[in-house]
Every structure is written in structure tokens, then in C-alpha cells.
Design a protein around this ligand. Structure first.
Ligand SMILES: C[S@@+](CC[C@H](N)C(=O)[O-])C[C@H]1O[C@@H](n2cnc3c(N)ncnc32)[C@H](O)[C@@H]1O
Length: 202
């Protein structure tokens, strides 16, 4: 099984209007005025990541589990059969409801949330833990399947800039960089999934 964690993702309610998510592409003016870090308010990263992961062949084969950890130490669990809403505004509405009510009323078996730090989540899941970061050991992406094992936990940052705020280095078995430049979280997720598919389906 591959477990894919989007860690420290910038998903939170808008502090000035708890009915919606903070979205830096809309709320940038007030964020700047209130000296908010411009890395906050990025539900688009979560959306792209979930669409890529949940539509993958690996997920269809039942071999993928996906978790969204947020900057406020919440963990969102997503059942493999969940169909992610493609419309971005509707997706944001759903996530705002989840953060407000801790569950999605219509079907709490598909998406649910618990208060949990990323370290606790890592302790909960068994498998080789691989942290993806540009600061890691360089590995040619074509050989990424060589670091995979039957049970792996891949950790990818869900933020647009900066570094992990939590010290994860001592909690993982490998730290890898798959490219010299910065990649988006969903590109790294796609490469990790494809590598695990090469390892598993060979
Ligand atoms: C947009 S980046 C975050 C920005 C961060 N300054 C960086 O360079 O990684 C989102 C996440 O994608 C992963 N990532 C980005 N580029 C990577 C690379 N070249 N190799 C491995 N992982 C990468 C990391 O997990 C990172 O936290």
C-alpha cells in the first residue's frame, strides 16, 4: 500500500469570514495588510493534489491512501472511492464545511477530519517513510521506483514556498529530491505514484 501525505497544507478558514476558506488569490490585500504570510491560503494546491491522486491507476487498484494534513494540525482522511469535485469553487465550499463542522454531513464515511499533528499521523501508519524535498538526496526520477517498498509513506509539502515547519527529518527513512528545481506538490505526487506503480505492477 502507498500512503500519500500532503503535509502542512495551507488549508484554513478565512478568519474574517468563517463561511469560506482563506484563498490568497482572492484575499491577498487583507492578508498583506494583516501581515499574513503569503504562503497561507492555498486550497488550490490541495485541489490539484487530490484530483491527481484520487484519479490515479494506483487508487483505482485500491493501493493508495491519501491524507491531507493542515497547518492547524488537522488531518483529513479521504476514502479511496471518493470522487473529488472538479469545480474549484464547489470544492472550496465542501472543504470549508468540513473545517467548520469536522465532517461532511452528506457522507461522513467518505471524507472526515481529526485533530492530529503530522508526527502522530506518521506514527499511526506503517511503512518506509520517504520525505520529498529539494534538499534531499538527488535521485533520477526514472529510478524512483528503486526506493519504494510494499508499504511506503510518502510525505509532500502542501505549501507554495518555504520549508516544513515541523522537523520531519528524524522521523523518516529516506529524504529524496527528484529534480534540481522546485516542483509543484501535485507533480511530485504524480511522480511518486507512477514510481510506486512501476515498483508494484512490474
Ligand atoms: C512547492 S514545493 C514547496 C516549496 C519549497 N520551497 C521547495 O522547494 O520544496 C511543494 C512540495 O513539493 C515537494 N517538492 C518540490 N520540489 C521538489 C523536488 N525537486 N524534489 C522533491 N520534492 C520536491 C516538497 O515536498 C515540497 O514541500
Amino acid at each position: 500500500m502507498m500512503h500519500l501525505i500532503l503535509a502542512e497544507s495551507e488549508l484554513e478558514l478565512n478568519p474574517w469570514n468563517k463561511r469560506e476558506l482563506l484563498d490568497s488569490s482572492i484575499h491577498h490585500k487583507i492578508m498583506r495588510r494583516k501581515h499574513f504570510s503569503m504562503r497561507r491560503g492555498r486550497p488550490d494546491i490541495v485541489h490539484f493534489f487530490l484530483v491527481v491522486a484520487m484519479e490515479s491507476i494506483l487508487n483505482k487498484a485500491g493501493l493508495l491512501r491519501v491524507y491531507i494534513h493542515t497547518r492547524n494540525n488537522e488531518v483529513i482522511y479521504i476514502a479511496p472511492e471518493t470522487r473529488i469535485i472538479k469545480n474549484y469553487n464547489r470544492f472550496k465550499g465542501l472543504m470549508a464545511q468540513l473545517l467548520r463542522e469536522r465532517k461532511i454531513a452528506s457522507d461522513e464515511r467518505l471524507i472526515w477530519m481529526e485533530e492530529k499533528r503530522v508526527e502522530e499521523l506518521l506514527e499511526e501508519i506503517k511503512g518506509k517513510k520517504i520525505l520529498f524535498t529539494r534538499k534531499g538526496r538527488k535521485i533520477n526520477v526514472a529510478r524512483l521506483h528503486e526506493v519504494m517498498e510494499d508499504d511506503v509513506v510518502c510525505i509532500i509539502g502542501g505549501f507554495p514556498s518555504g520549508y516544513f515547519m515541523t522537523e520531519l527529518e528524524n522521523m523518516v527513512d529516506a529524504i529524496v529530491s527528484i529534480y534540481d528545481d522546485m516542483l509543484t506538490a501535485w507533480t511530485v505526487a504524480m511522480e511518486a505514484i507512477a514510481a510506486y506503480e512501476r515498483f508494484k505492477f512490474r
